[in-house]
Design a protein around this ligand. Structure first.
Ligand code: SF4
Length: 374
């Protein structure tokens, strides 16, 4: 599977918790898509399986601009094998969007929309610095579903204003709208955000309680936690994200976008990770060459694989472990033995999987496997 990610680093305003590369300064909006197209022309790929236009807020662009961009891109990439094409949107753009979704549906490959709702409570939204309110989110959801486009929404728990009752109420909206997919993140205070400057205190106990409420609610309502922050009904998994977790290759276009050449544990042909510069002006002035790159050692790849695989329901696959050299396999067996004994990990014929109650500790467990084989 091969993914194409396009980063749109513009937003209507900057949310207080957001650590993503994005800006509310839209002066460069007009020249940005042209620059991304120029980068695309310099970075061809044979076949694209999944497309994800994220940000930022891609819906800052009009439907006409997205159609033109999508037409231009289809002259560079072959989209005829696309299995999924997602556009990130924000409720304020969609609630009163006129023909936006119909045009998207009919004139672009987009089949799926991911929308940052975060909460259905106005106090939480205000606290997070979001510019939409709950009613706007509800109107936007109805519009997307009426346009027959697959929808996933993002929710956040652990917000200081979010009570357990409100959290339960937020989850009920998923059922009310019959959504097949959602992502739920615990609020974190990222460096260089408004929350970091204000030193917003987070209550770990409440966050854990709300994580527990989420698990119970999902079990009762047939949502499967297939990754630490992602939930689906009836296997409606987000394919583009699954590709990241499987260490499949992808091209990332746009300021701040990352690219990856794909899993290899072979020390001769190292995997490459590349990241475009986090600066819109510099990116626009030379879109194909404003990047840095590193080549991953087998140790880097081993750490990355364990880190991502433990967060998913598929776990660390034995077939993947066998691709690493013998010292890595011995190391994995040594570290996993006590974790299997104390039931942090379970072993199946194909994989080592984190026990349900250890999922919140996925990163800490993964770090136990970190080792320098230099
Ligand atoms: S959270 Fe989303 S909408 Fe808010 S600033 Fe970040 S990317 Fe933009």
């Amino acid at each position: 599977m091969f993914g194409l990610y396009i980063h749109i680093p513009f937003c209507e305003s900057k949310c207080s918790y957001c650590g993503f590369y994005s800006t509310a300064d839209k002066r460069r909006l007009g020249s940005y898509l042209k620059a991304v197209f120029n980068e695309a022309e310099a970075r061809k790929a044979e076949k694209i399986d999944t497309l994800y236009i994220g940000g930022g807020t891609p819906s800052v662009f009009s439907a006409k601009e997205i159609v033109k961009f999508s037409d231009d891109l289809s002259g560079v990439y072959n989209f005829s094998h696309l299995k999924e094409a997602t556009l990130e949107v924000n409720p304020e753009h969609i609630a009163n969007c006129g023909d936006y979704l119909r045009i998207l549906h009919e004139e672009t490959p987009v089949t799926r929309v991911s929308m940052g709702v975060q909460s259905f409570n106005d106090n939480d939204l205000k606290f997070l610095g979001r510019i939409h309110n709950a009613q706007t989110a509800i109107n936007a959801i109805e519009k997307i579903l009426n346009a027959d486009i697959e929808l996933s929404i993002d929710l956040i728990y652990g917000i200081p204003t979010l009570t357990n009752e409100i959290w339960k109420n937020n989850l009920q909206f998923l059922k009310q709208f019959g959504l097949n997919h959602f992502s739920a993140y615990s609020l974190t205070v990222e460096p260089n955000t408004a929350f970091a400057k204000r030193q917003i205190p987070l209550d770990e106990d409440t966050t854990l309680q709300q994580y527990g409420i989420l698990q119970e609610w999902c079990a009762a309502n047939n949502y499967e936690q297939y990754e630490i922050s992602n939930y689906a009904r009836a296997e409606h998994y987000a394919l583009h994200n699954c590709n990241y977790w499987n260490l499949s290759p992808y091209i990332g276009l746009g300021a701040g976008a990352h690219s990856y050449s794909g899993f290899t544990a072979c020390s001769q042909t190292k995997a490459a990770r590349r990241w475009n510069i986090n600066n819109i002006e510099q990116y626009i002035s030379n879109p194909a060459n404003s990047y840095e790159q590193e080549f991953l050692t087998e140790t880097d790849t081993f750490h990355e694989y364990i880190m991502t695989a433990l967060r998913t329901k598929w776990g660390v696959q034995k077939s993947m472990l066998q691709k690493f050299s013998i010292p890595f396999q011995i190391h994995f067996n040594k570290i996993s033995a006590p974790l299997l004994r104390n039931k942090t990990l379970t072993e199946t014929e194909q994989a080592y999987i984190l026990a349900k109650n250890s999922i919140p500790l996925a990163d800490a467990v993964a770090e136990m496997f970190f080792f320098n084989f230099a």
